[in-house]
Design a protein around this ligand. Structure first.
Ligand SMILES: [Mn+2]
Length: 334
């Protein structure tokens, strides 16, 4: 599904003011693409700004050392979008994902361009530059810059390398084709530093976060059925380690790294009477089916639910049901 870039080059050449935006809860792909595009457009003598629906997580702030990314709530955001000739949406094609940027884009008379690799899409009344077969939007943005004859500067190459590396799970997901690695090689050739990017994205933990992780790992257990591994975090763990609630994010992923585990669960005590459960699964097990049994939802490999019960009750309750579902194969999606 090759993209026809003809109208893209025409659009860039015949316009001056560009705003780049992307999805809520920005990730390495959306931020890397937005940063690379805005740098490249400026290299071509255009005015380019990034207006995003939500702030970049700390781990990606290295991509924007001059703090050029403007949030939707910033007073500069509205005039930028209103006066733009072209709004470029990267790494999403749905209105919902634009969050608070959506009303600005809807009211603006700017032409719309979408560069994306997701299947789901709304009618954004835009020039669609889409290829759902690539594992990262960064690969499409690289193409978009190449057809413009844009020079791959070091910051552009590093932003795109971050996009491709993070969206492929650092080149370990099944989507990592030879093409992906050729693209990565090209970006390294142009100055991207894999060691630096890895360190900034994955090795910027606080001591408190690792202490919290240590507690959770020490408590890891395997269910009686043998296929479900689980652990938990109590409110007092956050207080005692000094960790923040967002520091619980990656803990659940470790539950699934035990060889025999097919389902990984993390129980988080939200308050005395509410417990959050995060589900991870592998093989043919669908996390949405498991979480759905408790009123939650999510994706096939990652889902969540909140139970109105204290954590001491929630753990045996959920464990018992999930263990049975895994044994009796009630976890498959239809
Ligand atoms: Mn992406």
């Amino acid at each position: 599904m090759a993209v026809d870039w003809q109208r893209w080059t025409e659009t860039v050449e015949s316009n001056q003011r560009f705003v780049v935006t992307s999805h809520v809860r920005p990730d390495g792909d959306s931020l890397g693409c937005a940063v690379a595009l805005s740098h490249a457009l400026r290299e071509l003598g255009k005015d380019a700004a990034i207006v995003n629906p939500s702030p970049a997580p700390q781990r990606y702030q290295f991509l924007d050392p001059d703090e050029c990314i403007i949030e939707a709530a910033d007073p500069r955001a509205e005039p930028l979008v209103m006066q733009a000739d072209v709004v470029i949406v990267v790494d999403t094609s749905t209105w919902d994902q634009l969050g608070p940027v959506r009303p600005l884009v809807e009211r603006s008379t700017a032409k719309r361009v979408v560069i994306d690799h997701h299947v789901s899409e709304d009618d954004l009344n835009a020039l669609m530059l889409k290829d759902t077969s690539v594992p990262a939007c960064g690969i499409l943005v690289l193409e978009a810059l190449q057809v413009l004859g844009c020079r791959l500067t070091q910051p552009i190459a590093e932003a795109l390398f971050t996009a491709v590396a993070t969206d492929t799970g650092w080149f370990r997901f099944s989507s990592t084709s030879a093409r992906v690695l050729y693209v990565a090689a090209e970006l390294v050739d142009a100055g991207a530093r894999p060691e630096y990017v890895y360190r900034r994205v994955f090795e910027e933990n606080s001591l408190a976060r690792l202490h919290l992780m240590g507690r959770a790992l020490e408590r890891l257990q395997i269910s009686p059925g043998g296929a479900v591994s689980y652990t938990y975090i109590r409110m007092r763990d956050l207080q005692e380690t000094g960790a923040l609630s967002q520091d619980t994010e990656d803990v659940v992923n470790y539950t699934l790294t035990i060889a025999e585990a097919r389902v990984g669960l993390l129980f988080i005590e939200l308050d005395r009477d509410r417990t959050k459960v995060s589900f991870r699964s592998k093989d043919d097990i669908d996390s949405t089916v498991l979480a759905g049994r408790f009123g939650g939802g999510g994706h096939r490999r990652a889902a969540g639910a909140v139970l109105e019960m204290p954590i001491e009750q929630a753990i045996p309750y959920v464990l018992n049901i999930v263990d049975q579902m895994v044994q009796t194969q009630q976890h498959r999606s239809q």
